[in-house]
Design a protein around this ligand. Structure first.
Ligand code: ZN
Length: 91
């Protein structure tokens, strides 16, 4: 059972992590849909460019958490954990 943090909106514990591949799939889907619709209405091909852009930046996007109760989505902040190794420079 993966536990991240409670939902900031409704304090639910039913929180799931949205994987980065989701962004990739959204990009891929928009390329497919916009590519087909662009045949009928060429300006929609801009959506293909957006999809390609999303696929390119997907490895750099931060992981997101989503509440299963209220569907709120927010950015996962890692540094809430205590066992993070941060080497602080000596002053
Ligand atoms: Zn919630």
């Amino acid at each position: 059972m993966n536990y991240y943090e409670n939902c900031p909106q409704c304090d639910s514990k039913r929180v799931t992590k949205m994987s980065k591949s989701l962004y990739f799939l959204i990009g891929l889907g928009s390329i497919g849909v916009c590519g087909l619709l662009g045949i009928l209405f060429p300006p929609i091909w801009l959506g293909v460019l957006l999809g390609i852009g999303l696929m390119c930046i997907s490895p750099f996007l931060p992981p997101m958490l989503q509440c299963q109760d209220c569907k709120k989505t927010w950015k996962y902040v890692k540094n809430k954990n205590t066992n993070v190794n941060i080497e602080s420079p000596a002053k």
